[in-house]
Design a protein around this ligand. Structure first.
Ligand SMILES: Cc1cc2nc3c(=O)[nH]c(=O)nc-3n(C[C@H](O)[C@H](O)[C@H](O)COP(=O)(O)OP(=O)(O)OC[C@H]3O[C@@H](n4cnc5c(N)ncnc54)[C@H](O)[C@@H]3O)c2cc1C
Length: 411
């Protein structure tokens, strides 16, 4: 064991997704020493969403990063519109939100995460270790005292006053902490693939008819998502034929492009909606999808992960630089964020009952009554915009001014 690298820090965060990087950045701004571990070598992964909501942009504004964010390539959506069984519907409107930005920004998540990581690296107390996977929790008696990880140069042990699990919906360390998620698997899977895009080409963001198709403009390609019944995709000829037929019917301009897809081009994303009943242990806190895995429905998971990070940083920063957080403090963070996560998940499940019907081949689902009502009443479109754009409990950065930092110590 003596060849282990050993570090002492205030907070070790497992997972460099939106929750982990934002928490690390906010804590480091408040003078807390933070080490973020990310198992991958970069953030170039396709399987997560691209939606940066007005409330997240507000947080970026509060920490002085909004201009840097807006300078990166992105698309903007002031209203959520869709084509549903041939009708164009506007289901949410962000234009009257009380935020500096009144539109969802679409930005590949790797650009957003790079921005957070780069901003963190400018602070002395922040360290992000790429290609470093948390493998086991460390304990002192009953208290969790850090994490053991495997990095490019071998094993490393990081001792910390607090260990944060921000390692997403497949978190393996939750079980090590004795935290088991509850919930049932989602009834849908998402097929995720790229289709080439001609310069300036526009297609509706969301189309629902015989199936559902989401097309995110990423410059020279569309990132497309197509919903199928759980387990329906096997990758065989019949699966491909169904995918080609349904996507071509939804968006005839894609017919030729979808013909050229090969099995390696299509990834199956298993959707889960679950949550921990308890987000904490002595010395440990779970946030983001590790605490409450969100489905893509409504595109709000990143936003909730960021809001968790802001609430956690606000509560933890005053204490972490000098003392261990008490369990009562960790419990308060869960109590603050849990209702928003639970209500959002309940709504995602309701939305899923529509999506399951849409996923059924040959289905023609009529426009659901609530969507019809939203069309008639602009006030409801703004209310939906508020729910999607801000979430149920928008969080604000408590102290946006950076403090002089301390560095993580190597033993
Ligand atoms: C198909 C699909 C589409 C989605 N689309 C959207 C959308 O458009 N908009 C939206 O807001 N939400 C969307 N979501 C939900 C959203 O992706 C999540 O809610 C959000 O990413 C949660 O952020 P997080 O930081 O908690 O976890 P994650 O984003 O999952 O990040 C966890 C990080 O931890 C790392 N990690 C895991 N284990 C370890 C380990 N042991 N050691 C070190 N690192 C580790 C992972 O590599 C990852 O980088 C979608 C979800 C799915 C399934």
């Amino acid at each position: 064991m003596s060849d282990h690298e050993r570090l002492d820090t205030d907070c070790v965060i497992v997972g460099g997704g939106p929750a982990g990087l934002m928490l690390g950045l906010l804590l480091a701004r408040r003078g807390v020493r933070v080490v973020v571990l990310e198992q991958h070598g970069d953030f170039l992964r396709d399987f997560r969403g691209d939606t940066i909501h007005p409330s997240t942009q507000q947080v970026l504004h509060e920490v002085g990063l909004l201009e840097r964010f807006l300078a990166l390539p992105h698309a903007e959506m002031p209203q959520v519109s869709m084509r549903f069984s041939g009708e164009r519907l506007v289901v949410a409107d962000f234009t009257r939100l009380p935020t500096v930005r009144k539109a969802i920004a679409f930005m590949p998540q790797w650009d957003f995460l790079d921005l957070l990581a780069d901003a963190g690296r400018e602070l002395p107390g922040f360290e992000v270790r790429m290609r470093t996977a948390g493998t086991a929790l460390l304990r002192e008696g009953a208290r969790i005292s850090g994490v053991r990880a495997e990095g490019p140069d071998g094993p490393v042990e990081i001792r910390a006053r607090l260990t944060v699990l921000a390692d997403g919906r497949d978190s393996a360390l939750r079980a090590d902490a004795g935290l088991e998620p509850v919930g049932r698997p989602s009834a849908i899977d998402v097929l995720w693939f790229r289709l080439p895009r001609a310069a300036g080409e526009q297609v509706p963001f969301m189309q629902i008819g015989d199936g559902a198709l989401l097309s995110i403009d990423r410059g020279d390609f569309f990132q497309a998502a197509h919903i199928v019944r759980r387990g329906a995709w096997t990758g065989d000829d019949a699966s491909f034929a169904a995918l080609r037929r349904r996507v071509s019917a939804l968006e005839p301009r894609f017919a030729e492009r979808v013909e050229r897809l090969r099995s390696d081009d299509v990834r199956v994303l298993r959707v889960r909606i679950d949550r921990l009943e308890r987000w904490h242990r002595d010395g440990l806190l779970a946030i983001g999808d590790a605490a409450h895995a969100m489905s893509p429905a409504g595109g709000v998971g990143i936003n909730l992960a960021i809001q968790d990070a802001v609430a956690a940083a606000n509560a933890l920063a005053p204490r972490l630089a000098s003392a261990r957080p008490t369990e009562a403090l960790l419990r308060r963070i869960q109590r603050r964020r849990e209702p928003a996560a639970m209500v959002t998940q309940a709504l995602q499940r309701r939305l899923e009952t529509v999506l399951v019907r849409v996923a059924e081949p040959g289905s023609v689902v009529p426009v659901p009554l609530p969507l019809r009502v939203v069309q008639r009443l602009p006030a409801l479109r703004h209310a939906m915009g508020r729910f999607i754009g801000l979430g149920l409990r928008p969080e604000h950065v408590a102290d946006a001014r950076p403090k002089p930092g301390r560095r993580t110590r190597t033993r």
